[in-house]
Design a protein around this ligand. Structure first.
Ligand code: WTA
Length: 664
């Protein structure tokens, strides 16, 4: 574990500061830094009292909790343990009989532009009916359900329906491969898979159900008793008699009333797989009580949500951002939200701006990669420039998933926000459940590229390798010093790995985020410098280098050895670079592009297209020390195209470096 400066190049000292305007502060929930500080002080004075207050105000309990935090078996912390609740009831039932009941919950825009609206009352009916269908399939409290769905209202309904009956969902991103689906089904021991016949993206109809079929054809999947298939398009797909049902078949005759099943606060609401520093993805297990608490609270604090807001988070439900800021947070907070099926570049790269205009979006939450690619598109084509659209409805902008470089920040601020909308640069992770560090719109002076300060109650700090806190101005390892309600509870089925990954002994009980960060001298603002482990962040998606390496090596007819590192990329933040030793030896320059393509196709098939290496370099060997250790720092330099100025005296085979110059 070494704190390095990170791979995303950005301006080191950022002097631009944007304090909140009068207009933004007007009516803000947390108004001014004094209000922020008061909440921090409250948490510091009485940590459990602070969280208990929020849990009473922002969560509906069917049985109130009497205990707040149980640290007796740290780091397996328990929050509100004897309390009972239902997550779906906290998103839907609680609004019945209030003005939210007939409010629009979801404005869904399909890939082809067709718009469908659903009210909270209708959502409750649809979720209840789906929950009854799941019960009819024999799914019960504690069972795991895999959801492999496109961005649709039905995907959200499926997640909420699981929550309603106490089943634990595990959503698999629709871009992942059959192998990824298979691994997750087996690891989770799922009893049911919810999928769609096809998905529509950028005008194309892409198969989903056939990928589930491929996954289920492999061993270890006997646990799956039923497959429910949403008919997204009229095209038929393979259906297995006795196992598969279409949504219409499953829902037929099911009542639209279904009592939510109360579960204990610690009951696993979901398991979401994410890449770690070893080959196997980790099933991040979340609780119900603490998770719903922070999903709801951060909706209100970070986005300063108001009843008339139109919220739009552009994430996919396959990622944690889609869980917390599409499926749970906005509904728990009673917001109207836009849900988008398609891609930002179809039919052209003005789709986002047009949708903001059409739906009068007030809060827009997206990823730096999307912003950077839309900047590029707008620069090269006037017609898709945001200036052609009326974006005056916007009042708050958000960024998530990767560091936002100050240049992209400024463009977003000026061209989308009209220099009027604060940007909340929200730092968090699959493991943290919801926001950890972010500016608050009505309080925090903004600094481009900085996620500023931790939310009240979140004890973020920068430490050295022995866990000692470092002063402002120095870079180090980002930790959270105390447990918080929405934190990861364990890695599904692997508590030892949980302890080792997040609570290494040398950090004295603090949670290790896996990122490096530096705090500014003047304000103590945090700036994330990038991952300090073997995880890459490509377009805001986490990819384990080991995972891609194992995948390449698994192509055993071609590959003898492989090493994967990241390099900075203007568009995707980081790019995946693979160094490959082929069994046949180094390919000729004519052969190399073909083999590189075959390897990319292989990775796309085994993991998913997002894991495809951008650069592939071939050598007769990899640069290794005399003891046989791959010298990754050299690979990182080569990947960046830097000339090697480092000490190579420990290198067994220096001549190899010359071979690795060409990227395919
Ligand atoms: C990175 C996504 C800088 C970070 C919610 C983290 C960020 C990883 C930011 C988690 C941000 C996320 N600024 N870096 N605002 N937000 N990251 O689990 O490296 O998909 O560890 O969760 O994304 O990615 P994950």
């Amino acid at each position: 574990m070494t704190a390095q400066s990170g791979s995303i190049e950005s301006v080191l000292v950022e002097n631009r500061v944007f304090p909140p305007s009068e207009a933004t502060m007007e009516g803000a929930r947390i108004k001014g830094m004094e209000a922020y500080q008061a909440l921090c002080d409250e948490a510091e004075k009485d940590y459990e009292g602070f969280w208990a207050r929020l849990a009473r105000e922002n969560v509906v309990w069917t049985k109130p909790f009497t205990k707040v935090l149980d640290e007796s078996n740290a780091p397996f912390y328990k929050w509100f343990e004897d309390g009972e609740l239902n997550a779906s009831a906290n998103c839907l039932d609680k609004h019945m009989g209030t003005p939210v009941e007939n409010k629009t919950a979801i404005i869904f825009e399909a890939d082809d532009g067709k718009v469908t609206k659903v009210t909270y009352k209708e959502m409750l009916e649809r979720v209840s009916q789906f929950a009854n269908a799941l019960k009819a399939e024999g799914v019960k409290k504690g069972d795991r359900v895999i959801i492999y769905m496109p961005m649709t209202i039905e995907g959200i309904v499926a997640m909420q329906a699981c929550a309603r009956i106490g089943a634990t969902h595990s959503v698999v991103f629709g871009g992942f491969s059959a192998k990824a689906v298979h691994e997750r089904i087996v690891d989770a021991g799922a009893v049911c898979v919810i999928t769609s016949n096809y998905q529509m993206r950028g005008g194309k109809e892409l198969p989903l159900k056939s990928i589930v079929d491929e996954a289920l054809a492999e061993g270890g999947t006997e646990c799956v008793k039923s497959v429910l298939v949403f008919e997204r398009t009229p095209t038929a797909c393979n259906m297995v008699e006795g196992r598969d049902k279409t949504f219409s078949q499953a829902l037929e005759g099911q009542s639209t009333v279904c009592d939510p099943v109360p579960v204990g606060a610690e009951h696993p609401l979901f398991v979401l797989y994410t890449s770690g520093s070893t080959g196997k993805p980790k099933g991040v297990q979340h609780s119900t009580g603490g998770y719903i608490l922070w999903a709801n609270t951060t909706m209100q604090w970070t986005f300063d949500l108001r009843p008339e807001d139109i919220f739009w988070c552009t994430a996919d439900i396959g990622w944690v951002t889609g869980h917390t800021y599409i499926t749970y947070g906005p509904l728990a907070a009673g917001a109207t939200q836009v849900v988008f099926e398609g891609v930002p570049t179809y039919p052209d790269a003005s789709r986002f701006w047009k949708m903001i205009q059409d739906h009068k979006v007030t809060i827009f939450y997206t990823a730096p990669t999307a912003i950077r690619s839309l900047i590029k598109a707008a620069d090269s084509n006037e017609a898709v420039h945001p200036k052609n659209f009326d974006l005056s409805s916007l009042r708050i902008l958000g960024s998530v998933g990767e560091p936002i470089n100050p240049e992209a920040w400024m463009w977003y601020y000026k061209n989308i926000g009209g220099e009027r909308c604060p940007i909340v640069d929200t730092f968090w992770q699959t493991e943290t459940g919801a926001h950890m560090m972010t500016p608050l719109p009505g309080a925090t002076p903004l600094v481009p590229g900085s996620c500023t300060l931790a939310l009240p109650g979140i004890t973020a700090a920068i430490v050295d390798e022995t866990g000692n806190e470092l002063p402002n101005g120095s870079g180090g390892i980002l930790v959270i010093k105390r447990p918080w309600p929405s934190m990861i509870r364990t890695i599904w089925g692997d508590p030892e790995r949980f302890k080792k990954s997040y609570f290494p002994e040398e950090l004295q009980g603090a949670y290790l985020a896996g990122d490096g960060a530096v705090r500014s001298e003047d304000r103590g603002y945090f700036r994330i410098t990038g991952r300090i482990d073997d995880v890459l962040n490509v377009s805001g998606h986490r990819m384990g280098t080991m995972e891609i390496e194992s995948c390449l090596v698994a192509k055993s007819d071609l590959v003898a050895e492989a090493a994967v590192v990241g390099r900075p990329d203007d568009l995707t933040g980081e790019a995946i670079c693979a160094f490959v030793v082929l069994k046949q030896g180094r390919p000729s320059p004519e052969e190399a592009p073909k083999i590189a393509k075959a390897l990319r196709d292989w990775v796309a098939h085994e993991i998913g297209p997002i894991a495809k290496p951008k650069d592939i370099r071939f050598g007769d060997n990899l640069p290794k020390t005399r003891s046989g250790k791959i010298m990754r720092r050299l690979l990182r330099s080569l990947a960046k195209g830097e000339s090697i100025t480092q000490d190579t005296s420990t290198l067994e085979n220096p001549a190899i470096l010359d071979q690795l110059g060409d990227a395919y």
